[in-house]
Design a protein around this ligand. Structure first.
Ligand SMILES: [Zn+2]
Length: 166
């Protein structure tokens, strides 16, 4: 079940810029008639970052930025937007690959093959890995085995990968 009531919908009257990463159909709940909707590819890349920066460079005070897409992409773009001078209160995120269990508040992943960004706490490299929280991955930077922690850094837009001590 997708979210039935989108959180943090833009305030009426504020100019909304909705950036959709991936399928536009999924994003219909977050788009508004008076908002500008731009569609990008589902995967985050340097080219995506440059496009987002160029759009945000022509924005003005009062913008409500809405990011719709996969967790990895949405938080990566959120970090780009903040680097462009937006404040967290101006940014709403709608993560489409997360689901909430109906019985507990614990987050369960909709797709175990979802790519996540992981920040290595040892060598400080950020990588993308198909891994769940609690899974072990090998760092592309220092080649050490890391466990993906639940701790999510908004600054790095990535989960913390910490060393597995045997
Ligand atoms: Zn590392």
């Amino acid at each position: 079940m997708p979210h039935s009531s989108p959180p943090n919908r833009p305030e009426p009257g504020a100019h909304a810029l909705v950036l959709v990463f991936g399928s536009k159909g999924k994003a219909s709940a977050w788009t508004r008639d008076d908002g500008e909707v731009l569609q990008f590819g589902a995967e985050f890349s340097d080219a995506t970052a440059e496009l987002v920066k160029s759009h945000l460079s022509s924005t003005f005070v009062g913008l409500r930025l809405v990011l719709v897409g996969s967790e990895a992409t949405v938080y990566a773009v959120r970090a780009v937007a903040i680097s462009c001078g937006l404040i967290p209160e101006e940014i709403s995120t709608a993560v489409l690959d997360l689901e909430r269990s109906s019985e507990e508040s614990e987050t369960v992943w909709a797709d175990p093959n979802t790519e996540r960004r992981v920040f290595c706490g040892h060598c400080h490299v950020t990588m993308t890995a198909k891994a769940n929280v609690g899974d072990a991955i090998r760092c592309i930077g220092c080649n050490l085995n890391l466990v993906v922690r639940y701790h999510f850094s908004r600054r790095y837009a990535a989960y913390l990968g910490s060393l597995i001590r045997l």
